[in-house]
Write a protein that binds this ligand. Structure first.
Ligand code: AMP
Length: 193
């Protein structure tokens, strides 16, 4: 398995660069945000639970999120080759759970691609996206809350993955193509692929 985590604040370009990574490496994409939005659209029990957290900009509890992810990994044959994890992990607990889940499959997180973007730019991008996305969480109040949650709960993962030796820092500004070129070179350097 070849596994990449795409990491960064809301609005850092994780979704956009995941699309490039999928076509280039032929990996399976798991966006936990998209999985949750799909449940909300289908009106499932999980969707009903998730909707409140998402519209308030809060994280879904770790145990629930980890069991959703384990279920996807267990039941998706296409994920056997490798996965791009987009929006997961978001806490140290989730990172530990991911490490254990992959170890059970004889695999690991091969690279963590950290898209680094200034806060002002993030807010601008998210407000712009909100005008088109119709997402319940792309409004100024929830954007601010999501960025706070990112700083307090998710950003510590940067140091966690630096210590693990898998983090690569990518400047997440410029054209989509130039950012992707930097990602490809960084992955090549780290993993030889
Ligand atoms: P995203 O599409 O990645 O920006 O995620 C949208 C929202 O879904 C987040 O603000 C959280 O409320 C929820 N969410 C997505 N992924 C996770 C995760 N790994 N852990 C907890 N909550 C998550």
């Amino acid at each position: 398995m070849f596994n990449i985590v795409i990491f960064g604040a809301p609005g850092s370009g994780k979704g956009t660069q995941s699309e490039n990574l999928i076509s280039y490496y032929g990996l399976y994409h798991i966006s936990t945000g998209e999985v949750l939005r799909d449940h909300i659209a289908r009106g499932t029990d999980l969707g009903k639970t998730a909707a409140g957290y998402i519209s308030e900009g809060k994280l879904i509890p770790d145990d629930l999120m980890v069991s959703i992810l384990a279920d996807i990994l267990d039941n998706t044959p296409e994920a056997k080759k490798g996965v791009i994890f987009d929006g997961f992990p978001r806490t140290i607990n989730q990172a530990e759970a991911l490490k254990a889940m992959l170890a059970g499959r004889g695999a690991k997180v091969d690279a963590v691609v950290g898209l680094e973007v200034d806060e002002d730019e993030l807010v601008d991008r998210l407000i712009k996206r909100g005008k088109e996305s119709g997402r319940s969480d792309d409004n100024l109040e929830t954007i601010k809350k999501r960025l706070q949650v990112y700083h307090s709960q998710t950003q510590p993962l940067r140091d966690y993955y630096i210590k693990e030796g898998s983090y690569v820092a990518i400047k997440g500004v410029g054209s989509i193509e130039s950012i992707f070129d930097s990602i490809k070179s960084a992955i090549k350097e780290k993993c030889g692929k």
